[in-house]
Design a protein. Sequence first.
Length: 295
Amino acid sequence: MGDNTLNQASDTHLSQQHITLHTQVAPSRLAAAGLSASIMLLKRALKPFEHVQRHRHSWGQVIYASQGVLSVITPAGRYIVPPEQAVWVPPFVEHEVIALSQVQLSSLYLDDTQIGGFPPDCTCLTVKPVLQLLLQEANALMKSEAGVIDPDFKNSVMRLLMVISDFMVLAPKVALDLPYPKDKKLLRITEALLADPSEQRTLVDWQREVGASARTLARLFKQQTGLSYSQWLQRLRLQVAIQMLSRGESVLTTALSLGYASGSAFGYMFRQLMGVAPSQYLLAQSTLPKVQCQK
């Protein structure tokens, strides 16, 4: 891998925060070998806290987990990916993937002839039930992790992958990313919030600790992340909430762990950002189609 020309200051702290808890695993054999077709599908099982090491490649990738929850980390920020979302990673963008539970992973790889409709930056996409079923069918026709297709079905599978790609291009975007700031003062704040998402301090409280006025901190937050301080903290809490709910924690336990005074206050935040109540979100997860993959 060549030298990384992107700013690394903002993504290192999050990776290092978890590094001792994780089992490092190499990128897939397909990622190492390169593409043998313009569009390919990888399927892979990851155990809880397996950490696919940072890498990049010359093709685009849609990262999707049919079961479990993923954390996808790029130099620009972090995504928490439950089964009804996927992350688009453009070519040459460094990324690492962490399984936050037992994960069945599907990755759609697309060369430069197939990515015209995808956005230029990393984006979280909604994976609707029809797309989940198409991915399930495509996975069932794969013979191995390395994207090998049963010769009897090759033409049909290639057409199916093209349809999946078309659906991904049309998929609605969802704001589940957590953009990293670059300013050192803001990084001190965000590191503290990542360590304790229930943190209640305001920017007025932080100004004494980091040596900048609340007004300056607010301006920098908006400039560097596109979010206000309160919006950034809400987005972080939403990411952690998705992790907790997906591993079976109750709505009330999740709410109190994140610093909310009640389940209703947490539920209001969740509905505002996700469009559904936490209970509806859990119900939707329980009815997702299941894809079986081989390690």
